[in-house]
Design a protein around this ligand. Structure first.
Ligand SMILES: [Zn+2]
Length: 113
């Protein structure tokens, strides 16, 4: 379970944030997850509950914002939605498009109290 390791890391960061600020609890953790990041949001939610148990983050809320993957074609300068890492440009069929978004896996904010 890849997601458990990711969540352990994210919760550790949230707990550090709370500790540094002198807060008693982590109230919520907000994540941004790209559609091509390879993680399953439901698995993250499940892992979150497990990882938070017995910590300052127990009972905290988790929100997962999904970031749709988009590519950019350097030839015709089109921006387009991607379902795979190597999606061809819908306008000129170029396969050299760059993935601009969709690999995100990051904490957007931590609420402490
Ligand atoms: Zn193109």
């Amino acid at each position: 379970m890849h997601e458990v390791a990711i969540m352990e890391e994210a919760v550790r960061t949230a707990l550090e944030t709370a500790k540094t600020a002198g807060a008693a609890r982590v109230l919520a953790l907000h994540l941004r997850v790209g559609t091509l990041s390879g993680v399953v949001p439901d698995a993250l939610r499940f892992a979150f509950d497990v990882v938070c148990r017995g910590t300052l983050a127990e009972g905290a809320r988790l929100t997962v914002e999904t970031v749709p993957a988009t590519g950019w074609c350097p030839d015709c300068r089109a921006e387009y939605g991607c379902e795979h890492f190597f999606s061809e440009c819908p306008r000129c069929e170029n396969l050299n498009g760059e993935l601009q978004r969709g690999r995100e896996l990051e904490i957007s904010s931590v609420e402490i109290g």
